[in-house]
Write a protein that binds this ligand. Structure first.
Ligand SMILES: [Zn+2]
Length: 165
């Protein structure tokens, strides 16, 4: 961040006790910490990890991972549980953090988790938010996930580093 997001003045680097060097606006007299959103993206698996859930959303035919923004005041883990319950209607039994990546288009830090859900039933699918949801074998999921997407990077990375399971 080069300019103050309130007044547009060029920022200077100033030391802040306990935080190190932070961009500072001399016109506002305020430190300007970096601003970005944070979201979670989930590789949803059935109990024996033989299937992966991919969804289609917003009228598009691309297969993607379940994902959503983290609310203010919420932990990433809470967002994982909430999003899967809201969108798919399933409960998370366990989860593991995999990898993060910054997504420039929406100024969002994406945190990818893999998680196991309590059922393969898709009867609780929130059709207002998700068009379709389908279970794939890991090999099929690898082929079906949207080419060039961050979701694909996360999925391939996960599958390649968990080959034995
Ligand atoms: Zn300013």
């Amino acid at each position: 961040m080069k300019y103050c997001y309130e007044c547009g003045t060029g920022l200077v680097q100033r030391k802040l006790d306990g935080e190190g060097i932070i961009p500072y606006c001399e016109s506002c007299g305020e430190y300007r910490f970096p601003i970005f959103s944070a979201a979670v993206s989930m590789i949803v698996q059935n109990c024996d990890k033989t299937k992966i859930l991919l969804i289609q959303q917003y009228g598009k035919r691309d297969n993607i991972l379940v994902a959503g923004y983290i609310n203010k005041g919420e932990s990433a883990e809470q967002a994982v549980v909430r999003e899967i319950r809201e969108e798919i209607g399933l409960d998370v039994i366990s989860m593991k953090f995999n990898k993060s990546a910054y997504f420039e288009k929406s100024n969002t830090l994406m945190l990818n988790f893999s998680c196991i859900v309590n059922s393969e039933s898709l009867s609780g699918l929130n059709t207002g938010e998700v068009d379709t949801a389908k279970w794939f074998t890991p090999d099929r999921a690898r082929e079906e996930i949207k080419p060039g997407s961050l979701a694909r990077c996360f999925l391939i990375n996960y599958l390649d580093s968990n080959k034995t399971s």
